[in-house]
Design a protein around this ligand. Structure first.
Ligand code: F6P
Length: 377
């Protein structure tokens, strides 16, 4: 698929004058993520070049239910939003369109709900719907596509765990937040000769912990893909002390788990849970086994909020432009993806099948080990 948009010639512009303008619908769904507004701006600008209108549905797929809740997005109300965090459209990871729950079990969105959304799209004369979301939201998008609704997907996740794209916007911003936090924690930990445990996001994949830990100079990184041994973590702390290091920084992904244990979760509703708490457990065990003073810092939603990095602004804009190109070419059921530094597209179905996890024998993990980072294994 070639990059760049087809621009209408003068002949088409005359035709547009007599015809109704084409309309693209767009929504942001699931957890928010830095770079969403950059995607929206990219979509609106690219659509404007084609003389198309953009209808932005509010609060994820929920805005598609009657009475429809939407904004007409134009150059004016999307000007200057590319550097803003969050999403001007609002979002939710709950509601009538939830297609993945718990540990990723697929649910069928009720036919009645899909039909109501179809009716709204028809009434508003929406020719294509761009759904920007993570694994769960893209599963909803796929189900809508299978029911005949013209949908295009744009991947969004700070966890960077969507398999069909090598990078999602939001990840770089989250990593930058972790790295900056570690820079700050280094000085206080060293002053007090402490072990500092930093819990970061990453439900199934340890990308944020691995990249953030490497960038911020962590000494121990614990990720879901490599179950760790508390005794080996303690041994790494003792070794550093013997070597005269004044502090140790441990980065632990929220989904990490000790050998023969499960991830630390809290039930939040039927079939729903929230991760978190592994940082406290690691700190307690390190203190018990080494006698070292430990502190825990949970970065939580700081990693998702705030302005996107330049990488995420540009990637978001590129994804938005490519999504409009797919709409123009009527390539429905496709998801925008980054491969070999090029923005391209893949079937949404291929993207929601598998998560992209850190391979324990990957070059990145080996590099980390080469600079004496312990994975507690
Ligand atoms: O999937 C993205 C993510 O940021 C996870 O890393 C985290 O577990 C989850 O969202 C938090 O979701 P919520 O905002 O609902 O607490």
């Amino acid at each position: 698929m070639n990059a760049g948009l087809r621009r209408d010639g003068p002949k088409n512009r005359v035709a547009d004058f007599f015809m109704e303008k084409k309309r693209i619908g767009v929504l942001t769904s699931g957890g928010d993520c830095p770079g969403l507004n950059a995607v929206l701006r990219g979509i609106v600008r690219a659509a404007a070049t084609l003389n198309w209108e953009v209808v932005g549905f509010l609060d994820g797929f929920e805005g598609l239910l009657p009475p429809a809740r939407y904004l007409i997005l134009d150059r004016r109300n999307t000007a200057g939003i590319g550097h803003l965090g969050g999403t001007i459209l609002g979002t939710t990871n709950k509601g009538h369109f939830t297609a993945k729950a718990g540990r990723g079990e697929v649910r069928k969105v009720r036919t009645e709900i899909i039909e109501r959304a179809r009716g709204v799209l028809k009434n508003l004369r929406v020719d294509a719907l761009i759904a920007i979301g993570g694994d769960g939201s893209l599963t909803t998008a796929q189900q809508m596509h299978e029911s005949g609704i013209p949908v295009i997907g744009v991947p969004k996740t700070i966890d960077n765990d969507i398999d069909a794209t090598v990078l999602s916007f939001g990840f770089d911003s989250a990593v930058a937040c972790v790295a900056e936090s570690l820079d700050r924690l280094h000085t206080t930990a060293t002053s007090h000769k402490r072990v500092m445990v930093v819990e970061v996001m990453g439900r199934h994949a340890g990308w944020i912990a691995l990249h953030g830990g490497l960038a911020g100079g962590a000494d121990i990184i614990l990720i879901p893909e490599i179950p760790f041994d508390h005794e080996k973590v303690a041994a790494a702390v003792r070794r550093r002390e013997r070597e005269g290091c004044r502090s140790t920084l441990i980065v632990v992904a929220e989904g990490a788990r000790a050998l023969r244990s499960r991830a630390t979760i809290h039930a939040t509703g039927p079939g729903e849970f929230r991760l978190g708490g592994i940082g406290e457990i690691v700190a307690r065990e390190v203190n018990r086994r080494t006698g070292k003073e430990t502190r825990v810092c949970v970065l939580g939603h700081l990693q998702r909020g705030g302005a996107p990095t330049t990488v995420d602004r540009i990637l978001g804009m590129r994804f938005g432009v490519h999504a409009v190109q797919l709409a123009q070419e009527q390539q429905f059921g496709r998801m925008v993806s980054l491969q070999n530094h090029q923005v391209t597209d893949v079937p949404i179905a291929a993207a929601v099948n598998r998560l992209r996890l850190v391979a324990p024998d990957s070059q990145m993990v080996q590099t980390a080990r080469a600079v004496e980072i312990s994975f507690g294994d």
